[in-house]
Write a protein that binds this ligand. Sequence first.
Ligand code: MRU
Length: 364
Amino acid sequence: MNKACERFRPIWIDHQSDVVKVIDQRALPHEQIDMELNSVEQVIFAIKEMVVRGAPLIGVTGAYGIFVALKNDKYNGDETYIKNEAKKIINARPTAVNLSWGVNRMLTAVLSEKNSFQRVDIARQVAGEIAEEEVENSKNIGQHGVKLIEEIAREKPGKPVNILTHCNAGSLACIEYGTATAPIYAAWEMGINVHVWVDETRPLNQGARLTAWELGKSGVPHTVITDNAGGHLMQHNMVDMVIVGTDRSTYTGDVANKIGTYLKALAAKDNNIPFYVALPSSTFDWTIRDGVADIPIEVRDPDEVRYIPGAPKSHDHLLMPENSPAANYAFDVTPARLVTAFITERGVCRANEADVKQLFPEKK
Ligand code: MRU
């Protein structure tokens, strides 16, 4: 047994001031800074600029955005105001379906009440419930996913189970346990010998900056690698399994995740290595059948590719010739055929329509 892993709350309400606060993830791992979200503009800024990021956290932040909007309501409960604010929040980032899921769930809850003071109370309560549900979902993902790690550990006694992950699907991206990291934390706490290959995840380096920081805090053995190293490691039996998170998965099994995930899935397939995707039900899109054709892929500022951030921020370095154009596709879609299984809060299932709907029969 190892000691319990450290779990973070990247968003919370300061109960004395009734203000929503978040960890500013742009500053990690060099500094830990909190930021207050006092207006819808600040909520949108936080989501767009990736002060907060990761699908479940974006969903929870969007939910708290409705609370913030209602606190600032100067229109005496006019529904047009809150619906417009909701639309603006949903448009902050396009790929993670959790954002519209969280905001729409809040709209349904608050608009069922006519009194604007009570709406604020409902919003505070429901956003909190959504956050708690994500904690519970992640915990259950960990309990289901750890069995897959245990199976591999049994096959190689005395040797570490090598798990490759991409981007950050940990406490910071979700709440407390993470999704891709939840089975890893559970395995580590049980005393299973694990080692994590952490893809650096250019251009914003969520793997190198955030996943490595989280794993390090809990003492989980890990090594940061360049994004292009995974295929080589897989060819040389240095990876036993891949576990990644997702921003939006179709009910047919296609998976949108951080750019570069698809290449990892291809390499895993070629080397017969299981490729798992861990997700809470809030990340399923029940309306899209063909992920490659229809999941919206965010294209971000090319400067994120052109410059490598330093610590402090003023030490950003230009990587390429001043006038070379750059393109910044933030996500890609891994087709279902490359996904070994989904790890959800309800259990593990194959990435196809029949198996997903069997686990979530209410979505039929
Ligand atoms: O651009 P980001 O940092 O928001 O992208 C995050 C990811 O790609 C994560 O893997 C995904 O949101 C899953 S988090 C459980």
